[in-house]
Ligand binder design. Structure first.
Ligand SMILES: [Zn+2]
Length: 137
């Protein structure tokens, strides 16, 4: 196994709790303490009620494919070995949408509305990334 060559997140003050939770193989989402809305991406102020008070709440990571595309062209050499792969927007049961990859099935098996669940990929000692796979019934 060589060095991980794909881009990695650059956490900032707002997003660090999200990446830290993934490293612990948990998914935590920012939630407004005043109106109770989940929000993503993390930000300092609630877009619904303008409150500055928020907490990080662990969620199960279950949802559905909201939209997706199958990537067939490597835009950088680091992705050549991964082709073809699926970039998707997954809508969690909590209502927020995350950009992610669908793994654990062939790209042609991915469908809008498909039930998916969170899985984790430890890509470096510092970073774990969120992926989603089909829910097997
Ligand atoms: Zn709010």
């Amino acid at each position: 196994m060589g060095e991980y060559e794909k881009p990695l997140p650059i956490p900032n003050e707002d997003t660090k709790p999200f990446w830290d939770s993934l490293k612990e193989h948990r998914l935590r989402i920012e939630k407004c303490c005043q109106c109770g809305q989940f929000r993503f991406p993390p930000r300092i102020i609630c877009p619904y009620c303008m409150s500055l008070e928020s907490e990080w709440v662990e969620v199960k990571g279950e949802g559905r494919v909201y939209s997706f595309t199958v990537v067939h062209h490597a835009y950088t050499p680091a992705y050549e070995g991964a082709l073809p792969y699926v970039v998707a927007i997954v809508e969690l049961e909590e209502g927020i949408r995350l950009v992610t990859n669908i793994v654990g099935c062939k790209p042609e098996q991915v469908e809008i509305g498909m039930r998916v669940e969170l899985t984790f990929e430890d890509v470096t000692p510092e970073f774990t990334l969120h992926r989603f796979r089909p829910v097997t019934l």
